[in-house]
Design a protein around this ligand. Structure first.
Ligand code: FE2
Ligand code: FE2
Length: 197
């Protein structure tokens, strides 16, 4: 990982930071970043993992389609009742798909930790990675628990921030290290896994 990328990742809010708790009050400073394409530096080289990270980006794109002004709306009071029902339905559907995706994706990575024996070589590293998975899942669950037809816009904003941090922070800090281990020269798995670089 380049120092530049690592510094950027470390400067992001950490998932364990209590300030990351779901905030439904309007965040005037929030301007959603450009939808990230998966930069070359975040390409792990593991086809299945990179494919799933691209799916995460697609999920972010779909999320941003739900509300035309999710960056700025304090609540949904200016929308019609019909629109509120529609938006909430779209968000619920997306959250359902996202939770299934999260479970599958994290299971894939955690199986790789075991199969590659990384969990035996560096348990602390794997535990930190798995704890971050649990923190991400927990944040998504908080969005589900906070579902409220009048606050769909602010929940979309929070979920967008969470997914963006996941892509820029978690992948850089954790997934790349896992991939580096799996793809190292004498890895037991290297020849089994298609390389995507
Ligand atoms: Fe991960
Ligand atoms: Fe990942």
């Amino acid at each position: 990982m380049s120092n530049k990328l690592l510094e950027a990742a470390l400067s992001e809010e950490n998932f364990h930071d209590p300030r990351c708790a779901i905030a439904t009050t309007p965040d005037k400073a929030y301007r959603h970043p450009a939808l990230p394409t998966l930069p070359a530096e975040l390409n792990t080289g593991l086809r299945v993992i990179d494919f799933e990270h691209q799916m995460l980006l697609s999920s972010m794109a779909s999320l941003r389609q739900i509300c035309h002004d999710f960056e700025a709306l304090e609540d949904c009071s200016n929308c019609t009742a019909k629109t509120r029902v529609h938006c909430e339905g779209d968000l619920i559907a997306l959250l359902g798909d996202l939770l299934v995706f999260i479970m599958d994706h994290f299971q894939t990575e955690e199986k790789l930790m075991r199969d590659s024996l990384l969990v035996m070589v560096d348990r602390d590293l794997c535990e930190a990675h798995m704890e971050d998975h649990a923190a991400i899942s927990s944040k998504v669950q908080q969005v589900v628990a906070a579902l409220d037809r009048m606050r769909t816009a602010s929940l979309i904003r929070e979920l967008d921030k969470l997914l963006h941090r996941w892509i820029t922070n978690h992948v850089a800090l954790h997934d790349l290290w896992l991939a580096r281990w799996v793809l190292r020269e004498d890895s037991v798995l290297k020849t089994e896994l298609a390389i995507n670089r």
